[in-house]
Design a protein around this ligand. Structure first.
Ligand SMILES: Cc1ncc(COP(=O)(O)O)c(C=O)c1O
Length: 420
């Protein structure tokens, strides 16, 4: 595990979109505990719902007994999923959600072959690490599943240079057909992908890529799992689930992070025939417990009743547009990308254009200095990742944009000796 900053930060309190550290300094938070404090801090609707649950004396009962909030939350998520006859299983984390989805898919297909994307991250357990395609987070080469990696977020490779979206999609789909024909051992269980790669630096496939893949999967009976751990609940602005950008309804989606606004909850929503596939008992002792499902239900209700997907679309467009404009003359910025309130900036060497993790680290320090918390990621650790609370105000969005712009200019000046 690695800590951010030369002088590590201890966050001791939070309110709205701001947190305060142990020395009393306050920061606008554009990373939110890695996209997990989706509504920021101390939201009365969530806190009061949790306090009411605590007052009942019940934090845990186990799934041997009915948990009303769990059932109601499952019904809401099933309805929101767009998956026909959907059922939900709750876990404690995104890793566990992906493990569950892999279990369901491999049981249904009687196959342990999985397709994933290069540069992906799906969690830290044995199978989740096995389907992860980002070297920095792939902790073992041992694996319980056979994995083949597909293209999707690697357009910088020389083979794809200069291609339009349509050309790249067609090249990636041709490669998928080739992988199926040449590299796999017959029936493949499933494909799993993040619509925008979180840890991978918010790298995004062109819209429609997964529709092209889905056509091929359908012909082979291959199941589609969308890992919505970072992209769900309206985060990308244009759609409620990140996968919406591709016009595809997956067979399963996994979720975690933001749903509980900090309370530990994850899960899978899947076609009921898949969810009911394993012919054995299965429980998660803590999964879907009364406290986390209460927090999650209050969070989800807040997102829906305040139309935060729209807020993500409007303020995300404003910030991303502002960043593109500010970055245009800056040699240290390689790319600005994102959707809604999920956006990234690549830092590059101003002379060679090579990814610069060192400048990304400088940006973390410069933004902290100016009172803003951001994250980083990407294959080379050179992408700054920002994901403010979905309920951020326009004033806070402008403030964050201003700090990012100012810090970028300072880092650019430092790296170029004051010239471009
Ligand atoms: C897309 C994605 N999937 C899965 C996970 C794993 O979730 P967790 O850390 O809750 O196990 C993460 C965590 O960062 C993630 O970003």
């Amino acid at each position: 595990m690695g800590l951010y900053y030369d002088e590590p930060l201890e966050i001791v309190s939070g309110k709205g979109s701001r947190v305060t550290d142990a020395s009393g300094r306050s920061y606008l938070d554009f990373f939110c505990g890695i996209l997990t404090n989706m509504l920021g801090y101390d939201v009365p609707e969530v806190r009061e719902a949790v306090e009411r649950q605590l007052a009942t004396g019940i934090v845990h009962t186990s799934t041997l007994y009915l948990i009303r909030q769990q059932v109601e939350l499952a019904e809401k998520i099933a309805a929101l999923s767009g998956i026909e006859n959907a059922k939900v299983f709750f876990t404690n984390s995104g890793t566990e959600a992906n493990e569950t989805a892999l279990l369901l898919a491999t049981v249904a297909r009687r196959s342990s072959q999985v397709l994933a994307l290069r540069n992906s991250y799906h969690g830290r357990s044995f199978a989740a690490a096995a389907i992860t395609g980002n070297r920095a987070w792939k902790s073992s080469q041992l694996t319980p599943v056979g994995v083949h990696y597909l293209h999707g977020t690697d357009r910088e490779l020389p083979a794809f240079a200069g291609m339009s979206d349509a050309e790249y999609i067609s090249a990636a789909a041709a490669d998928l057909r080739y992988v199926l024909a040449t590299a796999t051992a017959g029936d493949v269980a499933c494909f799993i992908a993040e619509p925008l790669q979180g840890v991978g630096g918010f790298a995004q496939p062109p819209d429609g890529l997964f529709a092209a893949y889905q056509e091929i999967f359908a012909a082979h009976g291959i199941l589609f799992i969308s890992d919505e751990v970072q992209t769900g609940w309206g985060r990308t602005g244009e759609h409620f689930w990140g996968i919406g950008a591709h016009g595809v309804t997956p067979d399963m989606m996994t979720f975690a992070k933001g749903l509980g606004n900090g309370f530990a909850i994850g899960g899978v929503v899947a076609r009921s025939d898949l969810m009911d596939g394993p012919q054995a008992n299965g429980i998660s002792t803590f999964g879907g417990n009364p406290l986390s499902t209460t927090a999650a239900a209050a969070t989800l209700d807040y997102v829906l009743s305040h139309d935060l997907q729209r807020n993500a679309a409007v303020l995300g467009t404003m910030i991303i547009g502002g960043l593109r404009e500010a970055a245009a003359p800056l040699a240290v910025v390689g790319d600005v990308r994102g959707k809604g309130l999920m956006f990234a900036i690549d830092l590059v060497d101003p002379v060679t254009g090579a990814p610069s993790p060192a400048l990304a680290v400088r940006m973390l320090e410069e933004t902290r200095e100016r009172g803003l918390l951001i994250g980083k990621g990407g294959l080379y650790g050179h992408a700054l990742r920002m994901a403010p609370p979905l309920n951020i105000t326009e004033t806070e969005a402008s403030e964050g944009l201003g700090i990012l712009t100012d810090a970028l200019r300072a880092v650019n000046a430092e790296a170029t000796g004051g010239t471009k």
